[in-house]
Structure formats: structure tokens, C-alpha cells
Design a protein around this ligand. Structure first.
Ligand SMILES: [Zn+2]
Length: 397
């Protein structure tokens, strides 16, 4: 039996304890633990905080440009132009979906991410190349990072012929979830779009993640259509709305009603703490209503924008900043989104710091856990299932 004994750590800033890991899972938490295994790995936690591994619940590792030189983005592009730029970039002879997704995934591990949900573009240009590359990355890093894959209609589902068929192939070939995009705004027919997406989910027994940029009452209307389908199919706990920014852009009473319905129907959300003039979903209100909320770094160094980094603590800072979550109790909510909330969104198995959970852990210095969002220390020790996978910003796998 493989054992790891972590001495002197403070779970979520609680009292100092030891953590004993046996066969990938936390076997005991308490003072003065010992290991009986002669070859046990012993880690001196030095009084550091220990948090569950970070959950990046929404990113796009198939689009990462890091390592290929600076990508110059033209300002003022339309949505369609940005989609086309991404497609053209990935046609470069030096762009390899496996290599690029691997670069981002390793940077995520280095920063403490143990669970990641990535969208992967499925369209007539990429076809299944992105999926195949990300599947290889998932295989390479199995045991270091849990990767959940959403087959994603980035170029639209109805407006781009052939995507439905390709999505179906992606679901038959390793994707975990099916992802729609802007059913009304981009695809112009939200009823048909959602019927196709939920139809594929039902046919292949997959989860759903709808990527939103729709704002105002248009987004709210599409949200109502999603709620209808979740009720009809019973897709509770299996449906995510990514970037429900419209909730910050409609009458507060209407937003409250939709939030209650999301909670009742166990529909999850993710946010990236949108910048600029984008409206912002009220994550504190959503969290308090009981909606499973995660956060995501979105595309890291992609062709869309240069801002996103692979560090979930950095994202927690941005989400806290955008939502003015400044009290410790509020920063606690931001940290929940970065850990337990994101894990709930991804339906991660045996996640947490309790006995029986997988030992997916981040050790980092700090007086209290919420402080880490503000200071984002680079000194981090990352364990996946009890094995050290990164130290101080360096991925070791
Ligand atoms: Zn996204």
C-alpha cells in the first residue's frame, strides 16, 4: 500500500494536523499521525495552509498559443472575425493541439489545479483534431490532472453545416459533455439549438454546458428554455450555464426568480469575472441561493484576448474584485468557487479534505486561507492523489 504522511498543515486555516494518505485517498486527519509503511513518503508541511486542489471549471486548452511567440490581436474585431482568427491560427503548421493543450495543462498543474474542464472546438475546420490532441494530453497527464472535456460548437451549431454530425462523433470518441453556444444570439434559433444539444446529451448520456455571451432579456429567455429542458429530461446536476452574465443585466426581481429556478433545478454556473463593459453574474447571490458555482480561466493566451492566466487563484482574485467580495466571509465564497464549487460543477468524485477523499491538495504559505486570493503566493506544493506533481510553480510531470 502506497502511503504519504503530510505533517503539520492547516486545512483551510484550521488547527495544525497531519494528513495520512493511503492508496491515493485521505485515510486520516489528526494530530501526531504516524505511518506504518517503511517506504512512506513524509512531507513536512511547515505549518502551511492546505486547500483542496483548484478547479478550473471553464477553460479552452485546445486554443492555447503559449510557446509559439506573441500573438498580435487586432482590436475591434467582430465575433465572427474572432472565431475565424482562431480557426486560421490553428491551421498554422507549427500548431499542434496535443502540444498546445499540454502546455496549458502543465501550467495549470504548476499553479495548483487538479481538476479542469476544457471546451474543445468542434467545427468543419478543426473537425476532431482538437479533441484528439486534448485526449492525448489527458492520457499523458492521467494521475496528475483530472480533465473533463466538453465538445463545443464554437462556430455555431445551426449556422455552420456539419457541426451536429461532428459533435456526435466527438461524443462517441471521448468527450464527456456536449457544449452549445449562444443559442439565440449566434445561432438565431434557441429552441432548435437546445433541442439538438439536449437531444445529443440524452442519446449519448452526456452532461451539458452551454457557453453564453447572450445578455439582457435575450439571455434570460434562453435560460428559461434551458430550465424547461432540464425539467423535462431530468438533467439536474448535469447542466451548466457558462458565463450567465445576463443575470447582472436584467431587472433584479427577474434575476432573483431565475436564480431560484436554477437552484431548484440544480443547474450549475461558471463565471470568469468578466471585464470591460460585460455585465457580471452575481456570484454571491447565486452561491447563497444554493446554485453550484465554479469559476474558470477561459482561454489562456488564446487568439481572443491576452489577459487570462492559468492560475485559479488569480481568477478568484478577479471574480472577487469584479463582485466586490472584500469581507473575509465573501472571499470565502470566491475560494469556494475556486475549489468545492468548481468540483461540484464538474461532478468531481470524492473531492475535498475529508477522510475518504482523493488526496488532491495544495500546500501554500499564509496566515489564513482567504488571504491566498489576494497574495497568490508562488510557493505551492501540489499533490494529486497523494503524489507530488508540482512545486513552487514548476510542473514535475
Ligand atoms: Zn469560454
Amino acid at each position: 500500500m502506497q502511503e504519504t504522511l503530510i505533517k503539520n498543515v492547516r486545512p483551510l486555516a484550521g488547527s495544525a494536523v497531519d494528513i495520512l494518505v493511503q492508496d491515493e485517498r485521505i485515510a486520516a486527519v489528526g494530530p501526531s499521525l504516524t505511518s506504518s509503511a517503511p517506504d512512506a513518503q513524509v512531507i513536512d508541511g511547515d505549518g502551511h495552509l492546505v486547500l483542496p486542489g483548484f478547479a478550473d471549471a471553464h477553460t479552452h486548452i485546445d486554443k492555447c498559443t503559449v510557446g509559439l511567440g506573441w500573438y498580435s490581436r487586432r482590436s475591434g474585431r467582430s465575433w465572427a472575425e474572432m472565431i475565424k482568427d482562431g480557426q486560421d491560427y490553428r491551421e498554422r503548421p507549427d500548431f499542434d493541439h496535443h502540444v498546445q493543450s499540454s502546455r496549458q495543462a502543465r501550467a495549470s498543474i504548476a499553479a495548483g489545479t487538479t481538476h479542469l474542464r476544457t471546451f474543445v472546438d468542434i467545427d468543419p475546420s478543426a473537425r476532431l483534431k482538437g479533441l484528439e490532441g486534448v485526449l492525448k494530453t489527458r492520457e499523458d497527464l492521467a494521475g496528475a490532472l483530472t480533465i473533463n472535456i466538453v465538445a463545443f460548437a464554437q462556430s455555431g451549431l445551426l449556422v455552420t453545416p456539419g457541426v451536429e454530425k461532428l459533435l456526435e462523433e466527438a461524443l462517441q470518441n471521448g468527450a464527456d459533455s456536449v457544449g452549445g453556444m449562444d443559442p439565440a444570439y449566434y445561432d438565431r434559433d434557441p429552441v432548435k439549438h437546445l433541442d439538438v444539444i439536449f437531444g445529443l446529451a440524452e442519446k449519448y448520456d452526456k452532461d451539458v454546458d452551454i457557453h453564453f455571451h447572450e445578455v439582457g432579456t435575450l439571455g434570460a429567455f434562453t435560460c428559461e428554455l434551458i430550465i424547461e429542458r432540464v425539467k423535462t429530461l431530468g438533467w439536474h446536476d448535469r447542466t451548466v450555464i457558462s458565463h450567465p452574465n445576463f443575470l447582472g443585466d436584467i431587472e433584479p426581481a427577474y434575476a432573483d426568480r431565475l436564480i431560484e429556478e436554477l437552484a431548484e433545478n440544480r443547474i450549475s454556473i461558471t463565471s470568469n469575472g468578466p471585464g470591460g463593459s460585460h455585465p457580471n453574474p452575481p456570484v454571491k447571490r447565486l452561491h447563497q441561493a444554493g446554485v453550484a458555482c465554479g469559476m474558470g480561466n477561459d482561454g489562456v493566451g488564446d487568439t481572443w484576448n491576452p489577459f487570462n492566466r492559468p492560475d485559479v487563484l488569480n481568477r478568484a482574485y478577479l471574480v472577487a474584485f469584479r463582485n466586490r467580495l472584500s469581507g473575509d466571509d465573501e472571499l470565502e465564497i470566491a475560494l469556494d468557487l475556486a475549489t468545492y464549487g468548481g468540483a461540484r460543477v464538474m461532478r468531481a468524485e470524492s473531492y475535498g479534505l475529508e477522510v475518504g477523499c482523493y488526496a488532491d491538495l495544495v500546500l501554500l504559505p499564509g496566515e489564513t486561507h482567504v488571504q491566498t486570493i489576494i497574495e497568490r503566493p508562488t510557493e505551492r506544493l501540489v499533490l494529486k492523489r497523494g503524489r507530488i506533481v508540482a512545486r513552487d510553480g514548476e510542473c514535475l510531470v
